[in-house]
Design a protein around this ligand. Structure first.
Ligand SMILES: Nc1ncnc2c1ncn2[C@@H]1O[C@H](COP(=O)(O)OP(=O)(O)OP(=O)(O)O)[C@@H](O)[C@H]1O
Ligand SMILES: [Mg+2]
Length: 344
């Protein structure tokens, strides 16, 4: 019998449905994962094996095959541990596979069976909502997932309590959405003496969402005035806050499911690489320009940035999005930012 569990693969801000299929067939005992897993997914075999041992079960002496379908889509990340473990328990007959069919499952497992957070849960929850399904995720991310609204979220502290929940012996309580952070108080424009023209320019840029270039002698207060900007930016609307939170969720920076209504204000150092600024790297993560989506990207000491890095910002500033092309996939992140730059 093939047991299946739904999960997702993250492609930029899109969560694409992935089916974890598990089958036990007679043969030499073995446990293999196929379907273009990366190193983190391939290693999940060991975590799953130990987590299942931690709840007092041993793997059947059979050939265990786990397939991640669609098989030609690369799978990255540690959030496949929990769906693989549940598919395996389904194939072993420990858990009823039918009950799992209504849920999208994401989460990392520890060797002792505890769940651990992994980036992107908010996206998985929104995907589950679109499919009229529930979501199973680690307890540490229940508050983040609950922001998705009308989605049944099961936030489990460990594998055993998840099994008990599905068996009906002890139900897990549904998580509440995380707190909305009050805007952090930063430098205030009133502490800037004089500089009336510059202050007016900053106010107009903040109100109208314009790019701003400040030129002036050293010590004239350019950095100071730029740091006052977060204080006068308008708050994010609830819809915008969800958008910026989705970027933060993929980047794994949404701690405790806390959502902020303050506009992002990112100040990358001038030694930043192209991957850090526009996104990319071994695992495709949003860059500073996407982390500043709907907010401000402040490039202090503009001439010190590498020329190639500055040139790479041209296209995102014009189109409002970044497309990172990889050998096997194209990933698009939003990047509607206003740029404040600073030269002497
Ligand atoms: N108009 C002002 N009102 C109050 N403080 C000021 C003003 N201008 C400068 N300062 C103070 O002077 C110091 C230097 O200012 P700041 O670092 O903003 O200058 P800058 O223009 O960014 O210089 P650089 O070009 O060297 O980066 C800061 O401590 C700042 O608080
Ligand atoms: Mg400065």
């Amino acid at each position: 019998m093939v047991a299946t569990v739904s999960t997702v693969a993250y492609l930029g801000l899109e969560a694409r449905g992935v089916e974890v299929q598990c089958q036990l067939v007679p043969g030499l005992p073995n446990f293999i994962v196929v379907g273009l897993p990366d190193k983190a997914v391939a290693e999940s075999r060991e975590r799953v094996r130990n987590a299942i041992a931690a709840i007092g079960l041993s793997l059947p002496p059979k050939r265990i095959t786990v397939n991640l379908s669609p098989a030609d889509l690369p799978k990255e990340g540690s959030h496949y541990d929990l769906p693989i473990a549940l598919a395996l328990l389904g194939a072993m007959g420990v858990i009823d596979a039918e009950t799992l069919s209504g849920y999208v499952v994401v989460g990392e497992l520890g060797l002792d069976g505890r769940t651990a957070p992994s980036p992107g849960v908010l996206l998985a929850a929104l995907h589950a909502g679109e499919q009229d399904m529930g979501l199973v995720c680690p307890v540490a991310q229940g508050a983040e997932a609950a922001w998705a609204g009308q989605v049944e979220v099961v936030a489990a502290p460990d594998l055993l309590s998840l099994l008990n929940h599905f068996k009906g012996t002890s139900a897990l309580s549904p998580p509440q959405p995380g707190a909305v952070d009050a805007p952090v108080r930063t430098a205030d424009l009133k502490q800037v003496k004089g500089q009336e023209t510059a202050k007016r320019a900053i106010e107009i840029a903040a109100a109208g969402g314009h790019n701003l270039l400040m030129v002036g002698p050293p010590g004239a207060g350019k950095s100071l005035m730029a740091s006052c900007l977060p204080g006068i930016l308008p708050e994010l609307t609830p819809g915008e806050a969800l958008e910026t939170s989705m970027v933060a969720s993929v980047a794994g920076t949404l701690e405790g499911g806390r959502i902020s209504r303050a506009r992002p204000f990112r100040t990358p150092h001038h030694s930043a690489s192209m991957a850090a600024l526009v996104g990319g790297g071994l695992r495709v993560r949003p860059g500073e320009v996407s982390m500043a989506h709907l907010g401000v990207l402040f490039l202090d000491e503009l001439p010190e940035f590498q020329r190639a890095v500055l040139d790479s910002l041209r296209q995102p500033l014009e189109t409002g999005e970044v497309t990172v092309a990889r050998a096997n996939a194209h990933v698009t992140f939003p990047a509607r930012v206003k740029c404040v730059t600073h030269v002497n």
